[in-house]
Design a protein around this ligand. Structure first.
Ligand SMILES: [Zn+2]
Length: 243
């Protein structure tokens, strides 16, 4: 049911009433509701996605508030689970959306065909590799996202025919990747990267064929450098190579 709250996005030619109807029939799995996941879930919920499932197991902490959208000091003082706080904030933003929460660590059985799309918003590379493998095994399209320091990276992965995360960063290179807890995080790179993941998601849900997989978006919000890099599929990739 289309209502006037979506008036401005209905006027976007590529969305329109058809796109909005697709949003409302969609079910998206967001893994992690820290920095990226806060932005992704709040944007998707405000846009009127039909159903969203959120996975996390952390509590809201004071060090989260500078970059993790929607959480408040009251959430910290009440020592709330992120999912409890986030569900309430999201439902306040749009009561039409069905929000399902799963308070647990990531596990492969979370990836099922009830979802139209999976969005990786974790800050943990072993888990990212596992999501990459599980989505490949189950032919589930997903959006990879990461950010730390002043840099964010986002890529749509649908690796039957294009590069996956292992093609981009083979396992032995993990040690070269910066992590937020070590090198810090510019709050605005979280907003930019999360919004980019949400933008890709809305485009995919409107028109799946129109989002090209295997293109890595790299954003630097200190040098204001934005790049799009075609990542080559590796024939010797242990996940998607030779298949
Ligand atoms: Zn691969």
């Amino acid at each position: 049911m289309v209502t006037s709250r979506y008036d401005r996005q209905l006027k976007i030619e590529q969305i329109g009433e058809k796109g909005q109807a697709k949003f409302e029939k969609s079910h998206v799995l967001v893994i992690g509701v820290g920095g990226l996941g806060s932005y992704v879930s709040s944007e998707l919920v405000k846009a009127g996605i039909g159903k969203i499932t959120l996975v996390d197991f952390d509590k809201v902490e004071l060090t989260n508030l500078h970059r993790q959208n929607l959480y408040t000091e009251d959430d910290v003082n009440r020592y709330l689970d992120k999912l409890v706080a986030m569900k309430q904030h999201l439902q306040d933003a749009n009561s039409n959306v069905t929000i399902i929460v799963k308070n647990q660590k990531y596990s492969a059985d979370l990836i099922t065909d009830e979802y139209d799309l999976v969005i990786d918003c974790t800050d943990n590379f072993p888990v990212k590799y596992q999501i990459n493998k599980d989505c490949f095994d189950k032919k589930m399209p997903y959006i990879f996202g990461t950010c730390a320091g002043n840099q964010g990276q986002v890529m749509f992965v649908n690796s039957e025919s294009s590069a996956c995360l292992e093609c981009l960063y083979p396992h032995q290179d993990i040690s070269t990747l910066g992590l937020s807890k070590n090198i810090g995080t510019n709050p605005m790179i979280v907003a930019l990267s999360g919004s980019l993941e949400a933008s890709m998601a809305l485009k995919f849900l409107t028109s799946p064929e129109s989002v090209k997989p295997g293109y890595l978006m790299v954003i630097d919000n200190w040098n204001f450098d934005f790049r799009k890099i075609h990542v080559k599929k590796q024939s010797n990739c242990p996940i998607c190579g030779g298949k």
